[in-house]
Each structure stands twice: as structure tokens, then as C-alpha cells.
Design a protein around this ligand. Sequence first.
Ligand SMILES: [Zn+2]
Length: 531
Amino acid sequence: MKLEKTARLPAGRLFCLMVVAAGLAAAGCAAKPSPSTTLISNAIVVDGSGAPPIKVAVRIEGQRITEVGALKARRGENRIDAGGLVLAPGFIDTHSHADEHVLEQPEALVAVSQGVSTVIVGVDGFSKFPLAEFYADLETNPPVVNTASYAGHNTLRTKVMGDDFRRHATGDEIEAMCELLEREIRGGAIGLSTGLEYDPGIYSETEEVIALAKKTAALGGRYTSHIRSEDRYFEDAIEEAITIAREAQVPVQISHLKLAIRRQWGCAQALITRLDEARSSGVDITADIYPYEYWQATLTVLFPERNFEDRAAAEFALSELSMPDGLLMSRFDPEPSYVGKTIAQISALRGTDDTTTLMALIAEAEPLRAETGEYAETVIGTGMMTGDIEELLSWPHANVGTDSYLVDRHPRAAGTYARVLGRYVREKKILSLEEAIHKMSGLPARHLGLEDRGLIAPGMFADLVLFDPETILDHATLKDPTALSTGVTGVWVNGVRVFDGGASTGARPGRVIRSAIKPSILNGFSCPAGR
Ligand SMILES: [Zn+2]
């Protein structure tokens, strides 16, 4: 990372270096008319490194930031008076499902309106395949935001095992997954994602994931995981993630870290202690987190043994994980009128008890999934404690992410970043402004290995967000999930303004961010599965 690298270079000297590097006349240091540059002044810059706010100006040239400091406007230069608002690096969403809709909704307004400039997709083990095709489509029809993707284990496993996935993979099948993974990483994937609580990943052995993680590490990629259990077997799932990272010597990011079972509520500190222990033993483990007490997944995750007809398992889910009035259907293809209703409300409609309803809904959705290959239902489940969220969010190795679609019934899609800045920073003072911004920009960039985004410093891509820290706030709720956040007045992506005064500018400068494969391992690497 270039985290501390150039931010403090005297601006004038850096400009000279750049002029020389560009092969221009040495006399180029003299001030000249420069209509191609933009100077943002009168801004409180919070640079994403965690450093305190500082009143400086920022100069953009083309796609990059060229200078930061006490800068004087040049003749003919575009000037923007920031009006004393906060200027931060554009937010990097490390866990986004934007790949579902970004080609159809390239304006990505729910993301941009809260300051997001880069989305990381292909998460939870599900990615576009082949990724090279998706990337080509993004380059033909660029969205507003930058996009990078992991290669998803569930996707690769389906390609190799098809419908015959309810078992351990053979050595040959793991070998085949490794080959596909290598192709995806060479095609630009930034690493491997798993969604081990979903099908077909839940049927994999740890060894299978280790093999793929080793391949990922050898190609310089990273590993992110929706772990095997977020409730019943949570402790084991955390240990598995640590084991995979240690065995494969790969950085691991736990997706949407949470404590989502009643017996774990209030145990954030114990979890943090375990994660810190793993870090001190040499495992590069980090996490992303969203600031809501409710998750969104399929109903099937409530049944890790996939025993959907087991009443005791259903009763356990409805008492220990999420109550009947806390499970809100956000998609239900067999009966779309159930969307927006809780299990308790649906029970009243059907005249059945809650346990029967839960089991019946899965029984009705599963045949559709068998037919289409896609989950036919999603649910928003209330099951986390605010205090735990605050402690986990404060963990120095946790960054903010949304875990959301661009079209989503969970308010996190439109509210996550503004919610942290409005409620956790301004109202509750859980985090300082610079800590929060670090967790939205510099820290996620470090967790992803992005060397030229996430900071306001010379040489970085000019992804920027301008907002009012006194007013920024989320408005999306479970009842009104698409209400946009307010308080962001400007967003730039690669030097181009994409959001201005509450509206999209229509510009779509988003780029594909590809992995940087280590040159030393470009030639020859055999899959480590070898079984
Ligand atoms: Zn997930």
C-alpha cells in the first residue's frame, strides 16, 4: 500500500517531479494556464488514512489527484468552492451485490448518493462467469462506479459439479475448480470468495477451500468468506476461516461480521479477542460490517443441516435466531404478495402456526430453485444487538461494507455509509469522523490490496466524496427501503463528477479494477489439491 507515501510531499516539488516524469520541459514548474485541472478549495480534507481533518486544497488532473496542500488557483483552472464541507476519498464497498443489476442500472444511485465510488462484487461465493465477459460488458457500458470482483467458490463448484453437489468434491473436481479459478484470476478477479452457508458451498470440506485458497494466494489474490455458520456453529466457522487463511497463507476478510444467535449476543469482545489472537499469530484476518440489526439471506440458511421438515430445527430458528415477527420476506417467488410481510403476518393469513409457516414456505420455494437454479426467496431477519455492532464496527480491522444489491429491500443498500456517519459518528460518537472515513476508504483499500485508491494523496485516483458532517443521514428503513441518504453534495469517480447537489450528473467514468498478478508466478503453478 502507498498509504503514507506521498501525502506530505511538498506540492510544488511533486508537481516538478511529475512534469519531468512526463517528459515535458523542465521550465514547466512555472504556473501556467491549465484548464484541464480542477482545484477543490475551502474543504475540510479527511484523507482516509485515519489522520485528523485538515483544511487544504486538492488539485485533480485527468483521473488523478496531483496535489494536496495550500494551493493557489491557476489561471483558467476549474475551481470548486467546497463551502467548508468535508472532502473524503470515495467510499469503497468491499461487499456488494451490485453485479446483479449494475449493467441495467449503471447510474447506481443508491450507492453514489451515499458516497460510494467503488463496489467489490462476486461475494458470498457467487460471481459472474466467466468474469472476463462481465468485465468486457462493464467496459463497453461503463457504470458510474468502479468495479472489482472476486471469483466465487459456489459458482466454480456449480460449473464443475452441476446438480450433483450434495457431497464432498473428488480430487479431480477440486483440480477442475482450481483451473477455473486460475482462469478467473488471470481474467482479473481479485481473489476468491466463499459463501459456505449457501448451496453448494456448504457441502465442501475445509480441504477443498484450502486448495482453492492456496491457488488464490499463489496468484497474489485475497480470500473473503461468508463463513459456514453465522449462528449455530459460529465459533467453528470462525476457526475454519482462520485455518484456511493460515494453511493457504492468504489474507482473509470475514464478510458482514455479526453475532446473530441469542446465546452470542453481547459477546463481541470475546470474538474480537479471538480475532486479535489470530492476527498476532500471523493470520491476516479482517472483516467488513454493515450498521444494521438485521441481516438478509435465504430462509434455507436457518437450516444448516438442510432438514427443512424438522420441526425442532424450525422452532430453534424462530426462538434463537430471529422471531416470527422479525423475519420479513424480501423475495418470495411462489407467492409475491408475501413480500413485505413477516412470518407472523403470513401465519395469520394462512391460519397456521409460525413453525408450520416457515417449513411450508421453504417447501414451496425449493422446487422453484431446483427448476431455475436460483434461490426463489430471501428474508430480512432481525437478530443482532446494537451494542455488538458498535463494538465490532470499532474493531480497528473492520471496514464498512453494505452487503447489498442496487435494487434491494434491505435499507443498507441506500443507507449504510450515511448511517455510520450520521448516527455512529455524529449522534452516538462511537467513532471519530476520521476513523469512520478510514473504515470506508483507506482501510478497505488496504484490505483489498488497492494501491491507488482510498486516500486523498498525490498520485491516487481522484475518487472523492464531499458531504456535510452536520447533516449527513440515512433515511432508508424497512418500510421505505429505497429512500436515499442526504448530506452528500458531490461525488467524483476517476476525476469526473458523477453526483452533484442530490442528483446524478449522467457521467459514467467507472473503471474495472483488475487483479495485479505477481509477475514471478505467471509461469506454471500446479493446483495444490493433489488428492
Ligand atoms: Zn453473505
